[in-house]
Design a protein around this ligand. Structure first.
Ligand code: SF4
Length: 295
């Protein structure tokens, strides 16, 4: 059996940075340390931080005055900064620089009288943060069916031009389909900025390729991680034997590996630690039959 691990599997720059800087805070013994939302969509990492004194909390309003709060890589709505200031909360801002750039871009477009179409998952924390920087004159488009309403809002806004930006982890193909549809439906100046992160683009492209060449694809990552789920969606179209697992104990992995496969591919989301990938590889090795291995 041949086993191939994707070169782009695992932590992206933004997640690595957020994790390392959180460890710095723990090692510096920062007291009253909170994280606004889970630092990464990964149970194991979040549990470890919680044990070491980082309290995960969903709302800035629930954090006691004079505490310290970590803003994770997804970034937040600008209102959070105002509330923190009012409550004298110290912000440790770990917003990924690429997300921060999108915030700047959104503000610039809003200041220059653009109506903004944010192509993104409506409930994703990054989207909620970015929407705050886009201002009132903006709409979120997650699917093709959101376009008519977004265009109606644009028409009512009395603005004359549209800017399109995207969530950093949005699906590359889906972004193109939505942009084409918008272009076919409106007749005004449209400024398109493909703000999908290249870490995402490369990971999705590698998943597409790898899933075409194997007879089992294992996608490792948190089941609440949107970017991991998207890798699974890409994979399953090419490789019907695709599974999404959180770790080596996952029942799907154990059951699936009772069958025989000639070539197995492994990919992992941006918030999956290397240990989780190594453990799955070790497990496959332990049940035998790997004679070729590449990374
Ligand atoms: S996917 Fe890209 S933008 Fe998002 S946290 Fe990672 S490096 Fe930053």
């Amino acid at each position: 059996m041949e086993l191939i691990i994707g070169k782009t599997a695992g932590f992206c720059f933004g997640v690595k940075n957020a994790i390392n800087k959180t460890y710095e805070q723990i090692n510096n013994n920062t007291k009253n340390l909170y994280c606004l939302g889970e630092l990464v969509h990964n149970e194991r990492i979040v549990e470890n931080f919680n044990k070491r004194g980082v309290t995960t909390i969903d709302e800035i309003t629930d954090i006691p005055n004079n505490s310290n709060v970590i803003i994770r890589a997804h970034g937040v709505n600008p209102k959070v900064y105002n509330t923190a200031q009012e409550k004298n909360i110290n912000i440790i801002d770990l917003t990924c620089p690429k997300v921060a750039k999108i915030h700047e871009l959104a503000q610039e477009f809003a200041n220059n009288n653009y109506y903004i179409f944010l192509i993104a998952e409506k409930n994703h924390p990054e989207t909620i943060g970015t929407k705050g920087f886009c201002g009132e004159k903006s709409s979120i488009i997650e699917d093709l069916e959101d376009i008519p309403n977004a265009i109606e809002c644009f028409n009512k806004s009395n603005l004359e031009k549209i800017a399109i930006i995207a969530q950093t982890t949005f699906g590359v193909q889906k972004f193109k389909i939505i942009v084409d549809e918008i272009q076919s439906k409106v007749n005004c100046k449209i400024d398109i900025k493909d703000t999908i992160c290249n870490a995402t683009t490369m990971r999705q492209a590698e998943t597409e390729e790898l899933s075409k060449s194997v007879d089992l694809m294992i996608i490792i990552g948190g089941k609440n991680s949107a970017n991991t789920k998207r890798l699974y969606d890409i994979s399953v179209k090419n490789c019907p034997h695709s599974i999404l697992i959180q770790n080596k104990e996952d029942n799907d992995l154990i059951e699936t590996l009772k069958n025989k496969f000639n070539k197995i591919g492994i990919m992992a989301g941006a918030s999956t630690p290397e240990e989780s990938i190594d453990e799955v590889v070790e497990y496959i090795r332990s049940i035998g039959g790997i004679n070729e291995f590449s990374k």
